[in-house]
Design a protein around this ligand. Structure first.
Ligand code: NI
Length: 407
């Protein structure tokens, strides 16, 4: 089965490069993926895959019926949106849309999703269940997955697989991570209210800027003294607004920040923990406060069995030297976790680092580039993982029965 998949992938490779370059040069912002979605729908339906458009606003779902003897549905999710960045990469398929760039590799993800669908559409008679290809919009604003889920993308799905490019490892390699892959990313707003007054007479006023400074300092110190150091919490205040003039004491300050954590239990305690610190500082100095804590996406927690399936698929396809078990999670956010609220799954990292360059620019950089050979690595890894999931073309029932057990 593996060699069949590899042959099909080799045959498809030129077309997939073409697809990726087309998507790369026509990037669209989150929630505006109209042309990308239409393109994806076209490729899917021309491969005999049942297509549903306008799911979760601009999302697309492709459903591939197997031979139906097993009712399970396995989903494969990729994302389609680009970023508000002016591309400066030295490629001849540079973005044609002013100020918009595929700087996070979602063009590669979409292509890998399509390539996997194209290959598996040729093997559908051997697939005992159903495959659902989810092409989601708006990952960059952490909302597309929620839109897709709200529109039923995860209805009846048993397990889900995902992928994200990773420039820190070379093209041709795959990063596997057990457990936490990304962090919960929550939004924080703190409003501190004091009393305005003359800058020369602080004792007749309540200085909201000074209290805000204490709040920030205290939050950072409290992380180091009251949070379990083995359960990371990152709190970054990225924006402060307050005050009207150099000699007028500010009566109000607004702080905006992001809060990252890996452990669900830690995350659950953070709103109260933050509010307590803000309250104590404000009470001490006579200020009033309001804390608005908005939960964003949860942490991506990779399911053990599905991760094992991805790892063994990648190792058999590419050799174990091409598979890295990633020792650390990222504190970035990824809305793949919204699907994991509905069914267990796993997301792998697809190495896209260029080998013949001194600098591999990071994700979201205007010069970000990928090693396009990674597309085939991704497609074969996904397609073969699907075979392993259903135990297609194998004699042992090991992985398949484990997959059922984790259900
Ligand atoms: Ni991304």
């Amino acid at each position: 089965m593996l060699s069949r998949i590899k042959d099909l992938a080799t045959e498809l490779a030129p077309r997939l490069i073409e697809i990726r370059r087309h998507i790369h040069s026509h990037p669209e912002l989150s929630g505006e993926e109209y042309q990308t979605a239409a393109f994806v729908a076209g490729v899917l339906s021309s491969n005999g895959i049942h297509v549903e458009e306008n799911v979760g606003k601009t999302g697309v779902i492709g459903e591939l019926e197997g031979n139906g003897s097993n009712g399970r549905i396995l989903a494969i999710r990729t994302d389609m949106d680009a970023l508000p960045i002016q591309e400066r990469a030295a490629v001849d398929f540079i973005s044609r849309n002013q100020g918009i760039m595929h700087a996070c590799g979602h063009d590669v993800h979409t292509t890998v999703g399509l390539g996997t669908a194209m290959i598996l559409s040729k093997l559908s008679q051997e697939i005992p269940g159903k495959l659902r290809f989810i092409f989601q919009p708006a990952e960059e604003i952490a909302q597309g997955a929620s839109w897709m889920v709200a529109d039923g993308a995860m209805d009846n799905v048993d397990h889900i697989l995902g992928v994200h490019v990773f420039p820190s490892i070379p093209g041709g390699s795959v990063g596997i991570r057990y457990g936490a892959l990304t962090a919960a990313a929550d939004d924080l707003e703190i409003i501190i209210t004091g009393e305005s007054g003359h800058g020369a007479r602080p004792h007749k006023a309540i200085d909201a800027i000074w209290i805000a400074a204490q709040v920030i300092t205290m939050l950072q110190q409290a992380i180091s003294r009251t949070q379990n150091p083995l359960r990371p919490v990152v709190l970054s205040i990225g924006q402060i607004n307050g005050g009207r003039a150099p000699n007028v004491i500010a009566d109000s300050v607004r702080l905006l920040g992001t809060v990252r954590s890996l452990h669900p239990e830690t995350r659950a305690e953070l709103p109260n923990w933050i509010e307590n610190i803000v309250k104590n500082v404000c009470d001490t100095f006579g200020g009033k406060y309001q804390v608005n804590y908005r939960q964003g996406v949860p942490s991506v927690q990779n399911d053990f069995t599905l991760t094992q399936i991805l790892q063994s698929a990648a190792e058999e396809a590419w050799g174990s030297s091409c598979v890295q078990i990633l020792p650390e999670p990222s504190l970035g956010g990824e809305d793949f976790s919204m699907y994991l609220e509905k069914a267990p799954g796993s997301m792998f990292r697809l190495g896209v680092g260029l080998k013949d360059t001194e600098v591999n620019y990071p994700l979201h950089h205007p010069k970000f580039e990928v090693d396009e050979s990674a597309i085939i690595t991704g497609v074969v890894t996904f397609a073969y993982a699907v075979c392993k999931y259903w135990n297609i073309g194998e004699t042992t029932a090991n992985l398949s029965s484990m997959a059922v057990a984790s259900n």
